[in-house]
Design a binder for this molecule. Structure first.
Ligand SMILES: [Zn+2]
Length: 495
């Protein structure tokens, strides 16, 4: 009799799709002239159109269309020459018209893809590229915001956000792990920021992500029952929420339970997902064509004009960096996450043509300083020529790599050039043979016991002696020369 397979033996695989809402960076709203500026006094940026007064007519903001087409092209989508707006009906206090103008049957962009670079896997992979399908991208208006704050037992509605333009970008369920989902989200954010169509700020709500997740036994073709997650407002929370949700589903399945199709919210404090609404309460939006807006006919000329304005995109730049500078794909991915960072890298390489050295310094020292301070590369007080200046000092032996890290920190803090700091603090590397010999002799004289052990064959003590000399020189001795001289002297004693 074959062994009975239990639920414990099954290997599960995640199936993830992401729905992203990106706020387009227009000065005015999608169907009226109100400002989209963030942070204004409640309801100060409203008019009869975005307040949903009877008898008003929406007019499409041309910039919204241009930005949406530009994004669609960057995501390799087919741009529909004919598309249409639809009314999505639901009742909620922050939705003054009782419906949201969106696109349903005929979206603007369809059938695209985004390529993402994944970090090296366990199987010794050196980083790989995965293509994730984009099902559709369409324009719609945002809703307002309910405010439940203050001591009074009342809620308020702020309609400044009502009518702000959004692009909803829906991926195919091609994503197979949380890491892939995060990589996709970062790559998508990079594209939007490169195109200058969205500021990519998740905390301010200009980029929102709603993942849908399910599990299936490895090898099974059909998808499992999926759960949608809402209310997540940072990259870190998206990752945590997805990890939690997959663990929850796996436990349920292993215990012989069943995943229920529902929408769940991420609870930031408890770090769990909780039910928002079940399938029984699922909305039937009763979409129908928006009668107040004419269907969109997009001439091929306009699409071609917009295509000409596309900058070099992150995936093309990443591919070029890896090829042209001979750096690993993963380095290229990190360096091209923002246009400014990529530009900084290239400016440094132009002045100091050793791309891998520069990449290492940017990915460790520079990004650490930026992250610690919550800054962007635009805030970096070290211009590329000074960065190159520091690396040249290491190359010509003026300072050691270790001292250079301390000098770098000082440069970041003060904005001063490396040479000036090195001179002022007397950090010039000691390479003079006589000076190094004095240091080496001092150390050997101070440690007769270790010398004896070395003579007996404990040669791993070499590291100890090097460390002592470096310490005595306050890190300034040229480590290569110290090593060489110590080996020579200790070797002679051995004979
Ligand atoms: Zn308005």
């Amino acid at each position: 009799m074959p062994p009975v397979e239990t639920k414990q033996d099954i290997q599960y695989e995640a199936v993830i799709g992401l729905e992203v809402h990106a706020q387009l960076k227009t000065a005015s709203k999608i169907f009226c002239g109100c400002s989209t500026k963030f942070g204004a006094a409640s309801n100060s940026q409203t008019c009869p159109i975005c307040l949903g007064m009877p008898g008003v007519l929406p007019v499409l903001n041309r910039r919204v269309l241009e930005m949406a087409v530009k994004t669609g092209l960057a995501l390799h989508c087919k741009i529909s020459p004919y598309s249409r707006f639809a009314r999505k009906n639901y009742f909620y206090p922050d939705l003054p018209k009782g419906y949201q103008i969106s696109q349903y049957e005929l979206p603007l962009c369809e059938h695209g893809y985004l390529e993402v670079a994944l970090p090296a896997g366990q199987a010794g992979e050196s980083g790989r590229i995965k293509r994730i399908g984009i099902r559709r991208a369409h324009m719609e208006e945002d809703a307002g915001k309910n405010l439940h704050e203050g001591l009074e037992a009342a809620s308020h509605v702020d309609l400044n956000r009502a009518g702000v333009p959004l692009l909803e970008i829906v991926s195919e369920p091609d994503i197979r792990s949380v890491d892939e989902a995060v990589a996709y989200l970062k790559a998508l954010r990079a594209v939007l920021v490169y195109l200058d169509v969205c500021d990519g700020n998740m905390e301010e709500g200009s980029l929102r992500c709603e993942p849908n997740l399910s599990l299936r036994p490895v090898g099974q073709k059909e998808f499992g029952t999926r759960v949608e997650l809402k209310n997540i407002n940072s990259f870190r929370f998206v990752q945590k929420a997805m990890e939690y949700e997959l663990r929850r589903q796996e436990k349920l399945l292993r215990e012989g339970g069943r995943v229920v199709q529902e929408t769940r919210l991420w609870n930031t404090e408890k770090e769990i997902t909780v039910v928002m609404r079940g399938k029984e309460e699922a909305h039937d939006y009763r979409y129908f064509p928006e009668p107040d807006l004419v269907p969109l006919m997009i001439p091929a000329d306009l699409i071609n004009e917009i295509r000409k304005t596309l900058p070099e995109l992150p995936d093309a730049k990443r591919e070029r960096f890896a090829r042209e500078y001979g750096i690993p794909v993963y380095d290229a991915e990190v360096l091209t996450t923002s246009r400014d960072l990529a530009h900084y890298f290239e400016a440094c390489v132009a002045m100091y043509p050793q791309p891998k050295t520069i990449s290492n310094w940017i990915m460790t020292e520079l990004l650490r300083e930026l992250n610690n301070r919550g800054q962007e590369i635009a805030d970096c007080p070290i211009p590329p020529e000074r960065f190159a200046g520091l690396l040249k000092l290491i190359e010509d032996g003026t300072i050691s790599g270790k001292i250079a890290k301390a000098v770098f920190e000082e440069m970041y803090r003060t904005g001063r050039p490396a040479g000036e700091i090195v001179k002022e603090k007397g950090l010039v590397q000691i390479s003079d043979a006589g000076a190094i010999e004095t240091l080496v002799d001092d150390v050997l004289g101070a440690h007769p016991n270790e010398r004896e052990s070395y003579r007996q064959g404990k040669t791993q003590l070499l590291g100890f002696f090097v460390g002592q000399v470096m310490k005595r020189s306050q890190g300034k001795a040229n480590p290569g020369k110290v090593n060489e001289l110590l080996k020579k002297k200790l070797g002679e004693e051995k004979k």
